[in-house]
Design a protein around this ligand. Sequence first.
Ligand code: HEM
Length: 423
Amino acid sequence: MFWSLQKLDLATQPMSDTLLCLRDEQWKHVRSVLTLSFTVARMQEMCPLINQGCDILLSNLQLFADSGEACNIQRCYACYTMDIVTSLAFGTKVDSQSDPDHPLVQNSKKFLELFTPFKPLVLLTMAFPSIMIPIIRRLPNKNRSQINSFFHQFIKEMISLRDQQPANERRRDFLQLMLDARTSAANVSVEHFDIVNQADVAAHVREEPSKKTTKTLNEEEILGQTLIFLIAGYENTCSLLSFITYLLATHPQCQEKLLREVDEFAQNHDGANYNTVHDLPYMDMVISESLRMYPPAFRFAREAAADCTVMGCNISAGTVLEIPIICMQNDPQYWEEPETFRPERFTAEEKQKRHPFLYLPFGAGPRSCIGMRLAMLEAKIALYRILQKFCFETCPRTQIPLQVFTGPTLRPKDGVYVKVVAR
Ligand code: HEM
């Protein structure tokens, strides 16, 4: 059973080329190439670029610590995750806080606005998809065409620039990994696609040097995959960090425990990277509990590929099943006092006691989130760097309880206002 949603039928290129929209053989091919870009070794390579993004984030937070003004931290995280997207996927270092008019930032924001729900046309399409989808496909959309052509041009120029550079001078980012895949014979089979439940795919890579790969990513497909970072990575990671900050500010004892862990880590390590962040177990528990209470991707879907019977229920081929992650993760039948923030639910011992499918913030199976490692790494490095210098406090503008907005994803409705205090 593969993930596919009715609303994705609307997608046009390059959106239709992203992994999110692909199906069957084409999906398998692109997922196989991309899986190799998200291995543990690749994550380690991304750490210097993530740390560069953190440098900018910290200097923004310093301004709030100095002034004592309430900080809408969701905005700071939005800049951080945007800078990571432009750096890792588009190969360009941008400071979106100081340079919000940068064409890459502007077009990325416009691109994301195309998916804003509750526009009248979108509502009509959701209500009458069979009538509206064919109409919308034919409607000229000047805005969309302009944004698409900006990204086409941008990626085309980046690819040609990279191809002219000597190999050892090329920046190590996701764009480069995808370009390298054009000449690689490495391959991963579908049973090793599940990043969420698997240690590392690197052990399962099949190198076939004698058989040069015939199917690699073309320019359109590369553009499609860079857009994934915007669609699937940007807002989800920003929301995750915003929810964690709210929870830490409103639970000072948990924050205190995390600060102690961070200080101890700093004494024993030379910085946070993919190989060292595992030594921050309490941080991992805090993040997991935040993802339980506030999963940014709060539901996902599967379409039945064939007629089947699940627990006595007959499901016909083509039926779309919604998996309500947020309900399962907050069901009092399985989680004691689910509304209480309790990171201790995620000790190794407690995790063992539960059915693994009661907690699915990154989905499950071969179609699970390919960016999980990256999202966790971005969150952990940012939290570690922030908590070394600052801590969070509530202030009169902090909304308690936090109101959330459930559009395509779950996010704080009116921002997350906190006081940033220098340590
Ligand atoms: C906190 C951050 C994130 C959360 C909570 C999240 C969650 C999810 C969930 C629940 C799914 C559906 C899984 C399923 O159907 O089983 C998904 C799919 C996906 N995510 Fe993420 N995600 C996050 C960050 C990212 C990042 C940073 C990237 C990439 C850079 C990414 C790329 C993708 C892609 C490409 C898919 C579709 C995979 C496929 O269809 O093969 N995600 N994500």
